[in-house]
Design a protein around this ligand. Structure first.
Ligand code: ZN
Length: 169
């Protein structure tokens, strides 16, 4: 199914929806069409270009917590699918401060890890494990990471996501 990028009134990427849903937003005057795709929707009386990028005509306040969803896919994307302890291909999610020791499930405490490192660290604090992180984990600053992590990025979305060509390929 074709998808369209929805921008906030501020041009900040908000979410990805079906092109049909994006068209409804445009027809309801809730969004303006910025870029059209190759396809078209036909009604009895008219045909409409298939939206690729639309911009909301009103500003949606995004709660801070909802901005960047923490999930396995997004963590893997942030960490380049590499174990943050040894650089091998990551298979697991590791809590730097173990959950059993009160470690939170937050961007700052979650890293991608390979299976050997994950089991080697066990329920120990980082200092006690003798292991080192390649870089301190932090929340991705841009929603573009999440959009990249969720799937394909259409070429005309790239300018709004701030992604490089290599990421959008
Ligand atoms: Zn590892």
């Amino acid at each position: 199914m074709s998808r369209a990028l929805v921008l906030n009134a501020s041009f900040e990427p908000l979410c990805v929806v079906s092109t049909r849903r994006a068209l409804v937003l445009v027809l309801d005057d809730k969004a303006e069409l910025l870029h059209a795709g190759d396809g078209a929707f036909h009604s009895q009386r008219a045909s409409y270009p298939e939206p690729s990028v639309v911009r909301l005509s009103y500003y949606v306040k995004v709660p801070y917590r909802a901005r960047i969803a923490l999930n396995r896919r997004a963590v893997f994307a942030r960490d380049g699918h590499r174990c943050q302890y040894c650089g091998a291909a990551a298979e697991n999610i590791d809590h730097v401060i173990p959950r059993s020791r009160g470690g939170p499930h937050t961007w700052e405490n979650v890293v991608a890890a390979c299976r050997p490192c994950n089991s080697r660290k066990q329920d120990r604090f980082l200092e006690d494990s003798g292991m080192k992180l390649r870089r301190p984990p932090c929340a991705p600053r841009q929603r573009s990471w999440i959009l990249v992590a969720t799937g394909s990025v259409r070429p005309d979305w790239a300018p709004y996501l701030g992604v490089t060509d290599s990421l959008s390929a």
